[in-house]
Design a binder for this molecule. Structure first.
Ligand code: PHE
Length: 350
């Protein structure tokens, strides 16, 4: 008999808890539904009144505890139903009711463009090395894009084939690389200079899966006393390992740019096959990612920086190329078409 009474009380406590959860989580959107709640729980024949009926069978020792639980539940139900009623009345609209106690709608995040993701990551890596960010104009003049950068007057890069000129104004052109920002920064700042320059560049090239007439570059520049080629190599190795992974190797191959001497192309070990050879690295195990070199003394002098006192290095890379490697994107045109199905794939990225 004692065991039976105990079971009865346990069941009652469970019931009380279940009713409390039900009332707490009830969702209503019309006044009628509030009324239905009232009838279901707190009317004369409602579930709570029924609890009071079964209360008669509770043993004397348990009466205090169970009685309190039922009373608490009753108060809770009255309060909840009254709040709902009041809120509902205060909206003054019986058809549409906003339950302010409901959890909010999940916040939908937008997507960042993959080029922005890569650009921001590069900025953040060089930021950790103390590089500031600077920008320059896309519409430039011959001095900043070519002459100050030591391009000979007959250099093919100045040719109409590569550069977009403005017909009426031969000195006005769209920059073909972000190296023009080097000049703008050096013209107005004396060393030490340590900065990177992200931006859009333009070349008169046919659009295909591999090249576009508009693309993006990030340029880097470090000028100070005693800056050496070894400093450049170490900086670029740090960048490569931060961006492509800690086991990445780099390789510098001799190259030529009018504004750097000596100049090099930098390759990183292929992060896809880990140097073993695959179709992305054309079985070489290496991927070419940037041009670099020591700033030519003529360039420093063109910007009124004493080339006897200061040396520096510069480097430049294409953001599209790096993003294609990072995300396995096979066609550069995807970046510019704004196809939502493409962009959505970068949704959860920061
Ligand atoms: N401006 C060069 C290009 O567009 C890249 C580069 C930048 C090379 C800085 C050396 C130093 O290809």
């Amino acid at each position: 008999m004692i065991i039976f009474a105990f079971l009865h009380e346990l069941k009652m406590l469970e019931k009380i808890k279940a009713l409390q959860d039900e009332i707490k989580n009830a969702v209503v959107s019309t006044m009628e539904e509030v009324e239905e709640l009232r009838i279901k729980y707190i009317s004369k024949k409602g579930s709570i009144s029924q609890l009071f009926d079964s209360f008669k069978n509770v043993s004397t020792e348990q009466k205090k505890e169970i009685g309190k639980a039922i009373n608490d539940l009753k108060n809770f139900a009255f309060e909840r139903i009254n709040t709902l009623k009041e809120m509902f009345e205060s909206t003054g609209n019986n058809d549409q009711f906003i339950d302010l106690t409901k959890p909010g709608e999940p916040f939908k995040l937008g997507t960042r463009h993959p080029l922005s993701l890569v650009k921001n990551e590069i900025i953040s890596i060089f930021g950790r090395l103390g590089y500031a960010v600077a920008e320059g104009p896309e519409i430039e003049d011959d001095w900043h894009v070519f002459s100050a950068l030591n391009f000979a007057s007959e250099h093919p890069a100045r040719d109409m084939q590569d550069t977009f000129f403005i017909e009426k104004y031969p000195d006005v052109l769209l920059r073909t690389h972000t190296s023009s920002v080097q000049i703008r920064v050096m013209e107005r700042t004396q060393p030490p200079i340590r900065a990177i320059f992200p931006g859009r560049v333009f070349r008169n090239e046919a659009i295909s899966a591999r090249s576009h007439c508009i693309f993006h570059q990030i340029e880097g520049l470090y000028v100070d006393e005693n800056v050496s080629f070894a400093d450049m190599k170490q900086t670029l190795l740090y960048f490569a390992r931060e961006f492509f992974g800690e086991n990445t190797q780099i390789r510098l191959r001799p190259s030529y740019f009018p504004f750097t001497e000596p100049s090099a192309e930098m390759d990183v070990s292929c992060s896809i096959c880990e140097g073993k050879g695959c179709n992305i690295c054309k079985n070489s195990g290496w991927l070419e990612i940037m041009g670099c070199g020591m700033v030519d003394p003529n360039v420093l002098e063109n910007c009124n920086i004493d080339s006897k006192k200061y040396t520096g290095f510069a480097f430049g890379m294409g953001i599209e190329r790096i993003a294609m490697l990072r995300y396995g994107i096979k066609d550069i045109r995807h970046f510019f078409e704004n196809d939502i199905r493409f962009l959505k794939q970068f949704e959860s990225s920061i």
